[in-house]
Design a protein around this ligand. Sequence first.
Ligand SMILES: Cc1ncc(COP(=O)(O)O)c(C=O)c1O
Length: 381
Amino acid sequence: MKPRIPFNKPFIAGGELEHIAESVRAGRISGGGPYMKRCEEYLEEICGAPRVLLTTSCTAAMEMAALLCDLGPEDEVILPSYTFVSTANAVLLRGARPVFVDIRRDTKNLDENLVEAAITERTKAIMPVHYAGIGCEMDALVQIAAAHDLRIIEDAAQGLGACYKGQPLGGIGDFGAFSFHETKNVICGEGGALVLNRPEDVERAEILREKGTDRAKFFRGEIDKYTWVDVGSSYVSSDLLAAFLWGQFEQMDRIAAKRRSIAEAYFEQLAPLAAAGHLELPVVPNHCDSNHHIFYVLPRDMATRTALIAHLRARSILAVFHYVPLHASPMGQRLGYEEGMFPVTEDVSARLLRLPFYFELTPEDQAEVTTAITEFFGERT
Ligand SMILES: Cc1ncc(COP(=O)(O)O)c(C=O)c1O
């Protein structure tokens, strides 16, 4: 049965259908259309990047970044095990090896203090994942990358609009990858973007996105016919989805403000339980501006989390856990990893619980969620 208070609900900002109709009327619904251009320019401004390419997904954007890094079977890439499968798949698809590193207890992000020890002569890149829209310690990572001549691919799937020391997530490393999947803050169903922070990557990235052809140059009138010049795939977004996305970009400020107020209410209403030691709340370092993508709690242990999920479900509230660590998955084990190798990741994965969080979550429904959680711990003391 559908829960009365779901975990996520895609938000429709209002202008999406009209923009899609406009795209249809303009007669250019494939890649390279007017809405794609608008969305890309908007993201370039937000990220301060020389070029952003709209893609079919964040997964596709990270695959492109892996191609742009020329990853091959001799190479290794450092990333957290506490992430979505796409971060690691981008590496594996190039025949390279994902090298997992544990996360920080506070932000649940890649522990920058463990990165240097994981570097070998094969290491070619680092993929920090900005979990929940809270920035990784990018100053340290940028410094390590510079010292060892490594590229940085930011998995900013959850990071649009968030900042680390005033710098936009996705705009700090060599590459950034955003997701507009319907579970994200700003959506178009399925979609993503590749942020190119180095001008020298732009030309090849445009080719990779267009199936290995120089079609982008042709569309701009720079050449009179296009042809096959490199490897590539179909990574380009349809203008119909870009039109939808533009309807969301128009409401970015409203979406950001609403999510902030929901996060603040959760912090306030759950503070007494945290003070009593029943659960831990998210930690947002002072130098990070979150985009409030996720709100989670960490009860004392897995058994308490399982009981809390059941308690909420009995009240028709859906709360979900996140990320089975990649190193402990069947694929991770095939790569030679074993349970027990990354204790913080395993502990967080066993306890973290994501609470309902979507634009249309009403203050009444949110209070019902926090009241149910408070009751749960009240009954247990
Ligand atoms: C950290 C992270 N990376 C990558 C992705 C993949 O995004 P997409 O579905 O746009 O490919 C997600 C999606 O949830 C994610 O959370």
